[in-house]
Design a binder for this molecule. Sequence first.
Ligand code: FEO
Length: 394
Amino acid sequence: MLTPTLRDGVQWVGAIDWERRLFDELIPLPDGTTYNAYLVRGSEKAALLDTVDPPFGQQLLDRLDQLGVKRLDYAVAHHAEQDHSGSLPAVLARYPEARVVCSPKAKNMLIDLLGIAEDRFQTVDDGATIALGGKTLRFIHYPWVHWPETMLSYLEEERLLFSCDLFGSHLAVGDPLTADDSAVLPAAKRYFAEIMMPFRTPIEKNFGKVTGLSIDQILPSHGPIHRHPKTIVDAYRDWVSGPPKNQAVIAFASMHDSTRRMARYLSEALIGRGVGVDLFGLAGADLGHLATALVDAATIVLGSPIVSAGPHPLVGYAAMLANVLKPKARYAAVIGSFGWGGKLPEQIAALLPNLKLELLEPVVIKGAPKAADLAALDRLAEAIAQKHAALASA
Ligand code: FEO
């Protein structure tokens, strides 16, 4: 079995899930994922950093066996979510002396979720250390990446940051230690969009805890490691707190092509005015691509026919998704077509309470688009372009 060595005494013992295609019954995983776990052995003690999703628990135990691990002193649980913690019961059964090292909040969650006995825990405060003998783990509490209990750890002597979900990517690769930055960054952006974007504020608040460290490599709990930490740290800085870009996302559903024609017309009107566009026909769109486009977009345009007096359910779903993901967009507009009536802009706007959006003048038309309707779309494109220009010069 694979147990690639990162440094002397530091080995990957995780699992590669090539076939997984959905996470949380919500997030598409076109490229699978990995559950990264690491064994860190000092001259005196051994620590396992995270476990793996339960279906892969035996693989983890087999890798530890292969490495000759007879005693495990610590099982560090950075995060209580089961894709990392779910094999803890099996690990604790195999290694009865091991103590679960986690934040105080994680302890309660792990008891709730996995029924781990209270006397197996050793909670650690922010900044606490554990000495393994020539190797020192320092724990960094980092709430909300991605649950409130999450922490990272820093192996001081090797300058390795074990970052849990933060900086991760859903990307199955044969050797998570050697993937190229150029392959990892797009997957990491998609992962950020799907998992981390709702937590931009807490990420920003604690970012100094990471940037204040001297880091050789970042080892997230999903996807390849980051061999050049500056690349992913700079990208996160931009995704989290950089200004929105001169980009518009147009997401639409269309039953008889009127809204589709409007969306396509608006996209060209925007592109002709220098605004970048990502257009998604929601009936066939990859929601991960949509989420990724929302990372940078300054404007979100939702297009819908009126279906029984309200928005098309696919558009309602996209609006609810955007509301959950909390992108940094500043402007929104509604376009669409109706046969006999309904309140499209009001109903779509009501689905976006978490976003601080300025609503631009909607373009909701009767039937197929006519010359006056296309002129209204031109005016909307002009308004979006002007808003973006003002953002860029602010
Ligand atoms: Fe990969 Fe939030 O667990």
